[in-house]
Design a binder for this molecule. Structure first.
Ligand SMILES: Nc1nc2c(ncn2[C@@H]2O[C@H](COP(=O)(O)OP(=O)(O)OP(=O)(O)O)[C@@H](O)[C@H]2O)c(=O)[nH]1
Ligand SMILES: [Mg+2]
Length: 232
């Protein structure tokens, strides 16, 4: 049967399957990606343009490493053994040249490490809050939690702040390569329990390793699905 102009085939009108998002995510993150903007204070935030996703979490949890793993780069975002490496909001343009990118990734400074110094840490916290408040282009914040330990008080406080500000977030458990197979289900369950009745939390969690790349394709698929839901 011929399909006339404007008509859609059954295959085209079928809802996208999870596998389609895996492929869309692969393609998105295989595209160009470059650092475009660093914001060290509230007045230095870039104008809102394409959709954004942001990476939050305790210092040293692996935010910058995950930005690198997702984009298949090793040195895009700076990684360090010492907590407090990322000191500003770093914006990366993905999927097109800067100005025509499909999405921006925002790598944020970490929270919850005494060694960073209270004044500096509070400053970053205010910067993050200023960014997160009323950022219409922000699709979702990924709250990264160390998979070896599960949620700690600073993670719970951050999630409570996001719930109050109605900032949509999703948890990803990082460094999963370091979690023994027998301990994995327990930490996932404990994390899901900590998310129950949190109004701004996405109910599903991700597990990732920037070292083995476990969960990276699934993470990209989640981002591709978010973009598709936005019609972007
Ligand atoms: N085993 C393992 N180590 C990881 C993984 N991801 C990151 N790391 C290590 O964790 C340390 C911190 O990584 P970063 O990516 O700099 O962490 P961050 O959250 O950006 O830290 P700040 O910028 O200080 O907040 C580094 O030594 C990384 O090599 C992972 O998936 N598995
Ligand atoms: Mg970092």
């Amino acid at each position: 049967m011929d399909v006339g102009a404007g008509q859609r085939t059954a295959a085209e009108s079928a809802p996208l399957r999870p596998a389609d998002f895996v492929e869309a995510g692969r393609l998105l993150f295989a595209g160009p990606c470059e650092f475009i903007w660093g914001a060290a204070d509230i007045n230095g935030l870039p104008p809102m343009a394409p959709p954004e996703i942001a990476f939050a979490g305790r210092s040293n949890v692996g935010k910058s490493s995950l930005v690198n793993a997702l984009t298949g780069r090793t040195t895009l975002a700076r990684v360090s053994h010492t907590p407090g490496r990322t000191q500003q909001l770093n914006f990366f343009a993905l999927g097109g040249p800067p100005g025509a990118e499909r999405i921006r990734l925002v790598d944020m400074p970490g929270y919850g490490y005494a060694s960073v110094g209270k004044e500096k840490s509070n400053g970053w916290m205010r910067l993050m809050q200023a960014y997160l408040a009323g950022r219409a282009s922000l699709m979702r914040v990924f709250v990264l939690i160390d998979g070896r330990h599960g949620p700690k008080p600073p993670d719970l406080e951050t999630m409570t702040a996001f719930d109050r500000a109605a900032v949509s977030y999703q948890v990803a458990l990082t460094k999963f390569d370091e979690v023994k197979p027998g301990a994995r289900a327990g930490v996932v369950e404990a994390t899901l329990a900590a998310l129950a009745r949190r109004p701004a939390a996405h109910p599903e969690i991700l597990t990732t390793s920037s070292r083995t790349k476990e969960g990276v394709a699934e993470f990209r698929a989640v981002v591709a699905r978010l973009l598709s839901e936005r019609g972007a």
